[in-house]
Design a protein around this ligand. Structure first.
Ligand code: PLP
Length: 711
């Protein structure tokens, strides 16, 4: 069973709404503008839904229009307000700005800027700051409202659930001529909004946030508030919004409004508060240090926004998704772009909290049993993180770290080279962005850190190496005298299981820049080269010459930064970017090099038909799961074929697995998969660039492949 906890993005259509929509499609299918009986029936249905909406929203006068959704409602409001301001500007009133809450849905500032330009008003568009509690700064608003033509403030925020102080805003703007829009999208069905109790001029709503289908919404316009139609044509909706009405959507919305009115389907606020408390308690049990990003007192009972120290939103999203729990890393549109939340930024939250933030939102129709199952899954997520050794409090059966692990944050890479047998490890190039994660891993694994090495010197007290050393318990760090690169002064190499780490200096004074070589039982495995080959820095000819002297053209080089997601490179590949390397790389190696940018996404992805053919034609194809261990133990791989061999290849371990994949598995098709298809595409691309001829990614990830079966 899926636990859908992303109700602020959208909701499923409730059976009552579906039935009403189906009836409108099959029985009451008339066009409400037709004058025959079918048309009259449809019109009657439409008007009865409008009457219900007026009662539910406390909008007994003014206009209440059916629109396609809140984005259309917002456009209509802004076009209406700005058109009236344009006409007013010819008078003497000193309107010079348009104000919107800094945490408004993007539709608001985007529409303000768009129509401001289109209409040529050139007013200043300014964000009303919010405090740490997410609520509008009313003093600021007071200072600026006299010059404002329009003020836009949402009733409740979609990312945090923060409820705006609408009476306070009403008081603050009372003496100005500014028009006032309140985006009521997230309030519908969760807060009792009585529009006419406040001097609200406009209020858009959206059906799909409350169990109606997508494509239906409402727009309230106060009596006498300026209005300009956005869509003109056949004169429907009193010529205020033309276009044949979406009767299935209207009928479905009617069923939802009726449920609100009759208090039958949706739970009351105390019940929703109790559900939220249950979920919050489960989150506290699952993730000891969880931080809730807004106060319960000022937020919707159905929204929780939280962060877990040392665990990024992407990790949490993957984890929850593997457990069948759908949450979001911000607003639905923001989440797709994977940008930090502008809402949390506006609230001034610390960077780590923003980077780790997750929104969990349920709907007012969710049941107690659903919430209980959600709590069970949340606990399973915490347990899985601990068992994977990523989180403190690891259980006895925690996954033991072994070999090379790569951590990445915004392109910066840190490596841990570990040996499960002796419970020892070496950290290479700790990065400031990753110290919290490194500390969590090392503490939860309880490995002894034999050395914290860097490829360039770090002698300041607040360097990542120093922070890491200070954060580790003294018994977890091997005590010896080290140089400025963290290397034990009396050691020529460091043994880690059956591997040896040695170093090569790239500069003459031997203390400024070096690389680390890892030698295994089968010879040279890889070199950790820091930023020697970073495309943005320009390595000296001397350093490159040193590299060519110490390494083979095809030795795997693991970089200190990996903005393109290449995982590894070789001197042969790099000779394209660094012409001076060419003379050291034999021509026959250069010919095999494949430019990563030249590998198209299409050429890496398998759809059902190509996957079927590949598996049929190559009985030795290998299915590699690049999801992390904490995801793998929560959900099974796609059911591709009974006889395909499976291999766990978490992306964090993949750099260390490359030597084996490129030698032992060089002739076998490698089919990577992950949750969404992004990480598997990265893996397949990296393998192809490194010369593997048959590396593939399952397009769309587990989300799509669990629906297909390959034949
Ligand atoms: N306003 C808020 C607060 C929202 O949450 C959303 C949807 O995410 C919108 C506006 C846009 O609504 P619609 O999807 O109906 O265009």
């Amino acid at each position: 069973m899926e636990i859908y906890l992303d109700a602020n993005a959208t909701t499923p259509v409730l059976p009552i709404a579906r039935d009403a929509a189906l009836a409108a499609m099959s029985l009451d299918f008339g066009n409400p503008s037709s004058t025959h009986s079918r048309g009259l029936q449809a019109k009657s249905l439409k008007e009865s839904v409008r009457a219900m909406a007026r009662r539910v929203l406390g909008a007994h006068t003014g206009q209440l229009l059916f629109v396609s959704g809140a984005t259309e409602g917002i456009q209509t409001v802004i076009l209406s307000a700005l058109t009236s301001l344009k006409n007013r500007q010819n008078g003497s009133e000193p309107v010079s700005c348009l104000l919107y809450g800094a945490t408004e849905h993007k539709a608001v500032p985007e529409a303000l800027m768009h129509w401001n330009t289109i209409l040529g008003l050139n007013l200043e568009v300014r964000a009303i700051p919010v405090g740490q509690d997410g609520r509008h700064d009313l003093d600021w608003l007071h200072q600026h409202v006299a010059r404002a033509g329009l003020v836009c403030t949402m009733a409740a925020n979609n990312e945090t659930g923060v409820i705006s102080d609408l009476p306070g805003i009403a008081k603050t703007i009372a003496h100005s001529d500014a028009l006032w829009m309140v985006d009521g999208v997230q309030a519908l069905g969760k807060l009792s909004l009585q529009l006419q109790d406040l001097p609200i001029d406009y209020a858009p709503f959206s059906g799909h946030k409350l169990y109606a289908p997508k494509g239906i919404g409402l727009l309230y316009i106060r009596e006498d508030a300026p209005f300009t139609p956005l869509i003109v044509g056949g004169g429907q909706e009193g010529a205020l919004r033309s276009g044949t009405e979406n009767m299935t959507g209207i009928a479905a919305l009617g069923a939802i409004l009726s449920a609100i009115e009759s208090h039958t389907v949706f739970h009351d606020t105390p019940t929703l508060n109790a559900y939220r408390s249950r979920l919050m308690a489960a989150l506290r049990d699952a993730f000891d240090d969880v931080v809730f990003n807004v106060s319960q007192e000022v937020s919707l009972p159905t929204t929780i926004n939280f962060s877990v120290p040392g665990v990024g939103s992407n990790v949490l999203l993957n984890l929850f998704d593997a457990a069948g729990v759908r949450v979001s890393g911000g607003s639905a549109c923001g989440a797709a772009k994977a940008k930090p939340s502008y809402v949390l930024e506006a609230m001034g939250l610390p960077e780590w909290q923003i980077k780790s933030a997750i929104r969990m939102s349920f709907g007012p129709a969710d049941t107690a049993a659903f919430i209980e199952e959600a709590c069970v899954r949340i606990l399973a997520c915490g347990e899985s993180l601990r068992r994977s050794g990523m989180f403190p409090g690891a259980t006895e059966d925690a996954e033991a770290m072994n070999g090379l692990t790569r951590l990445v944050a915004e392109g910066a890479c840190s490596y841990i080279f570990s040996d499960a047998g002796s419970k020892r490890c070496v950290v290479i190039d700790p990065r400031a962005e990753l110290t919290a994660q490194l500390l969590q891993r090392l503490t939860s694994q309880q490995y002894t850190v034999a050395a914290i090495l860097t490829t360039t010197p770090t002698d300041s007290d607040d360097s990542p190496s120093a922070t890491l050393r200070a954060g580790l318990l003294p018994n977890l760090i091997q005590q010896h005298t080290v140089d400025t690169l963290g290397w034990p002064v009396d050691a020529s190499e460091i043994a880690m299981g059956d591997c040896f780490i040695s170093r090569v200096h790239l500069d003459e004074d031997k203390q400024r820049h070096l690389i680390y070589l890892v030698r295994g039982p089968k010879g040279m495995e890889c070199a950790l080269v820091g930023d020697t080959l970073d495309q943005t820095s320009s390595p000296s000819d001397f350093a490159l010459r040193k590299l060519t002297g110490s390494l083979q053209p095809n030795t795997l080089l693991l970089p200190g930064h990996d903005h393109e997601g290449r995982l590894a490179t070789t001197l042969a590949i790099e000779s394209a970017a660094h012409p001076m390397l060419k003379e050291f790389v034999p021509a026959n190696h250069r010919n095999t090099v494949c430019n990563i940018a030249g590998i198209s996404k299409q050429s890496l992805e398998l759809d059902v038909i190509t996957a079927s053919a590949l598996i049929r034609d190559h009985g030795d194809a290998l299915l590699l799961d690049v999801r992390e261990a904490y995801e793998q133990c929560l959900s099974s791989p796609p059911d591709l074929s009974t006889n395909i061999q499976h291999m766990a290849a978490p992306l964090s371990q993949l750099p260390g697995m490359l030597p084996e994949l490129l030698s032992q598995y060089a002739d076998r098709p490698l089919i990577f998969f992950c949750r969404s298809g992004n990480r598997s595409e990265q893996a397949a691309r990296a393998l192809r660039q490194l010369g593997h001829p048959s590396a593939w990614s399952l397009a769309g990830g587990v989300a799509l492949w669990n629906r297909h079966s390959v034949s």
